[in-house]
Design a protein around this ligand. Structure first.
Ligand code: GAR
Length: 177
């Protein structure tokens, strides 16, 4: 069963739901994440301020996901770095989607940075998660053109349309392993 971690809007979560994938639970680092309102499956927020430190928060989040039957974790716009406390509980079973052709432009502001750098090509990447920021073995990548006059918003919308196809496809393949 899949557990999805979200921090924002949740359009990738929606794509996973629409693809009919077996999602057991959705967790967030923010209790006001709009993504949480999209689904009628169990959701729970794990705010850092409610725990002693990040490791304690991640341990609680991992335990809750495990209790929901989760054995594959998908980061769909989850914007906190996961600590070893979490990673150790799901070895080689956490994937992330990111709006660039990794390893170029990791981090939380990838789309803005690509526009500022004047790149002509961007993309979407799905990769296995390790302790780094948007690092870990790449599972799938698709190119997206940057068009004349693009803003971060227009480029991000184009990338997301690709993410919404790529992420469910990779997750479906992982579920079939
Ligand atoms: C997506 O574009 C995803 O690639 C990005 O956040 C967005 C979430 O959108 N993730 C990262 O930047 C991870 N470093 P969503 O909430 O609408 O799915």
């Amino acid at each position: 069963m899949i557990g999805v971690l979200v921090s924002g809007e949740g359009t990738n979560l929606q794509a996973l739901v629409d693809a009919g994938l077996p999602i057991a639970a959705v967790a967030s680092n923010r209790d006001d994440a709009p993504a949480l309102a999209r689904v009628s499956i169990p959701t729970r927020a794990f705010e850092l301020g409610d725990y002693d430190d990040r490791a304690a928060r991640d341990e609680a989040m991992a335990e809750w996901l495990r209790a929901q039957g989760v054995d594959l974790v998908v980061l769909a716009g989850y914007m906190h770095l996961l600590t070893p406390a979490f990673l150790e509980r799901f070895p080689a079973a956490i994937v992330n989607v990111h709006p660039s052709l990794l390893p170029s432009f990791p981090g939380a502001h990838a789309v803005e940075e690509q526009i500022a750098a004047g790149v002509t090509e961007s993309g979407a990447t799905v990769h296995l998660v390790d302790e780094g920021i948007d690092s870990g073995p790449i599972l799938a990548q698709e190119r997206v053109p940057v068009l004349e006059g693009d803003t971060p918003a227009t480029l991000h919308a184009r990338i997301k349309r690709v993410e919404h196809e790529l992420l469910p496809k990779v997750v479906r393949d992982l579920c079939a392993r």
